[in-house]
Write a protein that binds this ligand. Structure first.
Ligand SMILES: [Mg+2]
Length: 153
């Protein structure tokens, strides 16, 4: 998706990289409405993937349930390097922890979610947009006017 944003460089997002714990899932639970939004985003042509250290061992099950791929990344630098492999200039990321900080700096658009688990301040400062919840973050891509209104000068 290409976004024309006044006072902003042209922005094209092809891939949305999601963090798992504290972002896609809160306290180990996927919030209601997430799966439907992910389906809508896929229908619109976005490539969706989550990066996780898979500490809970549930990445495969969640991947199947949510209908999106996942990749193993155990450190902030591994997350960043995976984004480089995908092509970070056309990636957005949604995350919350310190492990997302390098990835947040690397990609074209960074979004952090507060939710119940909070945001690390280093990651917050590397982000472009702060939203309260994962559903709010996904809605920025489903209603581009929200994204444009927040990013425009
Ligand atoms: Mg997290």
């Amino acid at each position: 998706m290409k976004y024309i944003i006044p006072g902003h460089e042209p922005l094209e997002i092809q891939t949305i990289i999601l963090d798992l714990n504290g972002t896609l899932s809160v306290g180990g639970v996927i919030p209601e409405g997430v799966k439907e939004r992910l389906g809508d985003l896929k229908d619109r042509g976005f490539n969706l993937v989550f990066f996780t250290g898979n500490t809970r061992g549930d990445a495969d099950e969640l991947s199947e349930r949510l209908g999106i791929q996942w990749k193993l990344a155990k450190t902030a630098l591994e997350k960043r390097d995976l984004a480089k492999e995908i092509g970070s200039a056309t990636c957005a990321t949604i995350g919350n922890g310190l492990i997302d900080s390098e990835l947040m700096k690397e990609v074209a658009l960074g979004i952090v979610t507060l939710q119940a688990e909070g945001v690390h301040t280093q990651t917050l400062l590397a982000a472009d947009i702060v939203v309260p919840s994962i559903n709010d973050a996904l809605d920025l891509f489903l209603d581009e006017n929200r994204l444009i209104a927040t990013l425009r000068r």
